[in-house]
Design a protein around this ligand. Structure first.
Ligand code: FES
Ligand SMILES: [Fe+2]
Length: 355
């Protein structure tokens, strides 16, 4: 299928593979970039990521279980450590060097499980996105989710870097009047690691979500600050203050604001694992405030899923037909160009690794 419609996989990068608590039962089977993987936590608490296919007779390792020495295949009992090395073969003393399964570098940090799908020698942990809002749940109580979406992963990036859809897709939640979104002050730029978009909606009526969950009654100054980090992370800072409180000069002041993380990880060319976390920086002592926001954000993102999955079907049916860009696309264009540059560099380095 055309590269233009379905972005190829960028391999040498960290992707969010899971939330830590998805591994609370010890194992999690998840396909990433068409590769069936098994994430597991060994008896010492260390996380491993191995291909979900035993080297002995090809059974899925997800049919096995975690034992004292590692992960035990459920067919004939071979045991593998977090590096994919076989450490035990029932009824056999020596372990041949070939007895191993492919493993990927994996890091657990700040409630995320990150995986590196490319050359393990290039996996630099310093490049993992920092998300300090998970470090301090008292200051930033948060709720998290994972939504499977039937779209190419870069379509989700497009959706987050394109905010004029708010007034059309999200009329009942965070959108409100379409006109105020089209007239927003928008600034977008490339960054060293991707692209950034800031939008200000000044002196506007609060959208339905802000009325229901936050209790705004009068007009507000509202911002949306999105930073795309290649290839699949978007950091969002969003909030609003009553008009006259000086939001433009100082967004740091106490008031309604959220730090949202979006983790976008390709499952296949046309399906995506969409992770998100909403850290609430407002009325932190009231658990209901965070729940109320979650209960608004979740249906908002489901509104995106409906339109995007329908869009993907149309695009897949006729992938060569050109699309017509408009002025409001410029932030997503910055993001796409930054992504394409990284992809071109990867392909130049390792032409055989390209999809
Ligand atoms: S298939 Fe895994 S031990 Fe035989
Ligand atoms: Fe949306």
């Amino acid at each position: 299928m055309s590269d233009r419609i379905n972005a190829p996989f960028l391999r040498n990068a960290w992707y969010q593979a899971a939330w830590s608590d998805e591994l609370k039962d010890g194992m999690l089977a998840r396909t990433i970039m068409n590769e069936p993987l098994l994430f597991f936590r060994d008896a010492h608490g260390k996380i491993g990521c191995v291909e979900d296919r035993c080297c002995h007779r090809g059974a899925p390792l997800s049919h096995g279980k975690v034992v004292e020495n590692g992960l035990q295949c459920g067919y004939h009992g071979l045991v593998f450590d977090v590096n994919g090395k076989c450490v035990e073969i029932p009824g056999q003393d020596s372990i041949p060097p070939m007895a191993k399964v492919k493993a990927h570098p994996v890091v657990e940090r700040q409630e995320f499980v990150w995986v590196w799908m490319g050359d393990p020698a290039l996996a630099d942990e310093a490049k993992i996105v920092d998300w300090p809002y998970h470090d301090n749940p008292k200051k930033y109580p948060h709720r998290k989710a994972m939504m499977p979406i039937k779209v190419n992963y870069m379509m989700m990036v497009d959706n987050l870097m394109d905010l004029t859809h708010l007034g059309y897709v999200h009329t009942k939640t965070i959108g409100g009047n379409p006109k105020i979104h089209v007239e927003a002050k928008m600034q977008a730029e490339r960054t060293e690691t991707g692209a950034r978009l800031i939008r200000w909606l000044l002196d506007v009526a609060p959208p339905p979500t802000y009325v229901r969950a936050v209790g705004f009654t009068g007009k507000i100054d509202r911002w949306m600050d999105f930073e795309y980090v290649i290839p699949g992370s978007v950091k969002q800072w969003t909030g609003a203050l009553n008009v006259g409180m000086g939001a433009v000069e100082n967004r740091e002041q106490e008031g309604f604001h959220l730090h949202l993380f979006h983790g976008i990880t390709p499952e296949t060319e046309t399906t995506t694992h969409y992770f998100w976390s909403a850290a609430n920086g407002y009325r932190q002592d009231d658990p209901q405030a965070t729940d109320a926001l979650y209960n608004e954000i979740h249906p908002t993102f489901l509104e995106d899923v409906v339109i995007m999955e329908a869009q993907q079907q149309r695009l897949s049916a006729d992938p060569e037909r050109p699309l017509v860009p408009i002025k409001a696309d410029y932030a997503l264009t910055h993001a796409r160009r930054a992504f394409q540059k990284a992809l071109d560099e990867e392909r130049a380095r390792m032409p055989t690794a390209a999809e």
